[in-house]
Design a protein. Structure first.
Lengths: 64, 475
């Protein structure tokens, strides 16, 4: 995937009504790009078809 | 019995001594307050010390026990509570400037349960700001590791680890999202239990991540851990996700017998490809497995390929969920956050929805593979982290993208069972070979959802057969 630039991040932040000043911008860039690249690199067969289940509840167990 | 004798006793030993009128809760509180006064200036484990309240509770416990009304193994026992957990009439700050004046008008359910058990709340413990990031983010200053004050006490329940290890309370509560109970337990040579999600109420706890947060004990012994989790666990109508199932007598599970139990050692987090795993930690895990095999457990290697992806998926989920709880703070009061927390909140705001959704799908796969393995094994074993407590970098900032990526991989050790929703316990399994500067090493034992009893049973048998819990930090 293509790395997000500082300008990209500023644009994303604007869309989220968030003001990111320069002292934070570099670190948000490091943090966000590291996360997105790591997630993008995970290529597990069949993952798109998975129905996500955030937590196990007592109802979940009862229905299994 | 001297003041030091009292402070150095385990929580269960103290409780038994109170019950048998061999020791006084008032004297125990005095002993801990003396240590807090002496050590807190250097360790900074407590944000708020409840000296008057604790003395009053101890006097009340003494009267109750003398009258034959002994409530539980924790009656009269001083407990420290992470400053993310509400205490009625007492500031609950999240170690933040934003919440520095917040005084709850009710107790969290776990605090109410501790009080019902007769425990004495001795103070509110330091943590990382909003349970995120490094020890440097606390608005109340950095907490230090009693084993080496230059090193991290583990995050985010920094004070719970430091205070318990330094004998500044008998046992403590932390909160674990991606490892915040197990990390401090590991770095400080303690026993920390992340319970199953739904086993302990989160009512009255400032959330970090709704689908990951759990409240658990950090204790000096497995027995203390069992007694503490027993006191706080159970269904709570105020937390709809708690299960309405009976709380077992966890202490009764501590039989010392592991014969016939099957333990799977997770290859992805223990083998040669485990992310950043240092040689001493790996060897300590292998030695621990050998010891458990000698005790009669069947130990085998098991492969759970999805475990290696747990760190980043867990971080994505927790980052998004953390920010969603109070989205106005980062927009209206950004200057009131520590730089690193500000960066974490801003990053969480910008993670695309499809990335978060993929992380939830990965969680389902991680849980599925793990529960399948737990049909064949009673307990899974792995390191709690890639190595012993690291030297703290007191400078704000992320450093580089590579450092951020490395932290995500390291997060797999504890993020793994945060994603599974089952119980995971960290216990000391050795020390580095640094002589006087030796640091604790730690392993995790994890089990089926709601089977804390088996995890505690294995940990207890291991502790009984090894000397690690007998060492004290040099404070």
């Amino acid at each position: 995937m293509q790395e997000l630039t500082n300008d990209d991040i500023r644009a994303l932040a604007k869309a989220a009504n968030l003001n990111i000043d320069d002292p934070e911008l570099t670190d948000v860039n490091y943090s966000l790009n590291a996360m997105l690249e790591a997630m993008d690199a995970i290529d597990v067969p069949g993952v798109n078809a998975v129905e996500p289940l955030a937590v196990i509840t007592s109802n979940t167990e009862a229905s299994q | 019995m001297t003041s030091q004798d009292l402070a150095f006793m385990s929580a269960t030993e103290l409780g038994a001594a109170f019950r048998d009128r061999q020791a006084s809760p008032v004297e125990a509180v005095e002993a801990y307050l003396e240590r807090i006064e002496r050590l807190n200036p250097s360790l900074n484990a407590y944000i708020t010390v409840l000296a008057d309240e604790a003395m009053e509770s101890a006097r009340q416990a003494e009267v109750e026990i003398a009258a034959g009304n002994h409530k539980s193994a924790l009656h009269g026992v001083p407990v420290g509570v992470k400053d993310q957990i509400y205490t009625k009439g007492i500031r609950t700050s999240d170690a933040s400037k934003i919440r520095s004046d917040f005084v709850p008008d009710q107790d969290a359910t776990v605090v109410a349960n501790l009080k019902r058990a007769g425990a004495v709340i001795i103070g509110k413990l330091n943590m990382t700001e909003f349970a995120m990031g490094d020890p440097i983010t606390s608005a109340f200053g950095v907490t230090r590791n009693p084993w080496d004050t230059t090193r991290s006490p583990g995050t985010s329940s920094t004070g719970s680890g430091a205070a318990t290890a330094a004998f500044m309370c008998a046992t403590s509560l932390g909160e674990d999202t991606g490892g915040s109970v197990r990390g401090p337990a590991a770095n400080c040579g303690l026993v920390g239990l992340r319970p199953s999600w739904g086993r302990v109420s989160r009512f009255g706890v400032d959330g970090a991540s709704w689908s990951l947060d759990t409240i658990g004990p950090i204790s000096r012994t497995v027995e203390d851990c069992a007694v503490t989790i027993g006191a706080i666990a159970g269904h709570d109508p105020n937390d709809p996700y708690t299960w309405d199932t009976p709380v077992p007598d966890y202490r009764a599970a501590l039989t010392g017998d592991v014969r016939g139990l099957k333990i799977g050692v997770v290859r992805e987090l223990t083998g040669p490809d485990a992310p950043g795993l240092d040689a001493q930690t790996r060897q300590a895990i292998l030695d621990a497995m050998q010891k458990l095999a000698e005790l009669g457990a069947e130990v085998e290697e098991v492969t759970i390929p999805m475990a290696a992806h747990a760190g980043v998926a867990c971080r994505v989920i927790s980052s998004v969920e953390r920010v969603s709880l109070n989205p106005s703070w980062i927009r209206e009061r950004p200057e009131d956050f520590h730089h690193n927390t500000r960066v974490a909140f801003m990053t969480g705001e910008l993670i695309p929805a499809q990335t978060y959704y993929k992380a939830q799908k990965l969680r389902t796969l991680i849980r599925s593979q793990t529960l399948e393995a737990l049909e064949r094994y009673d307990v899974l074993a792995m390191p709690t982290g890639s190595g012993p407590a690291a030297v703290m970098d007191l400078r704000p900032g992320i450093g580089s993208k590579e450092q951020a990526a490395s932290a995500l991989k390291d997060g797999s050790y504890r993020g793994f069972f945060s994603m599974v929703s089952g119980p995971a316990l960290s216990i000391c399994c050795g020390f580095t070979s640094d002589g006087d500067g030796a640091l604790p090493l730690a392993m995790q034992l994890a089990g089926r959802p709601f089977d804390e009893a088996t995890v505690l049973r294995v940990a207890h048998a291991y502790a009984q057969a090894t000397p690690w819990h007998l060492r004290h930090p040099p404070v």
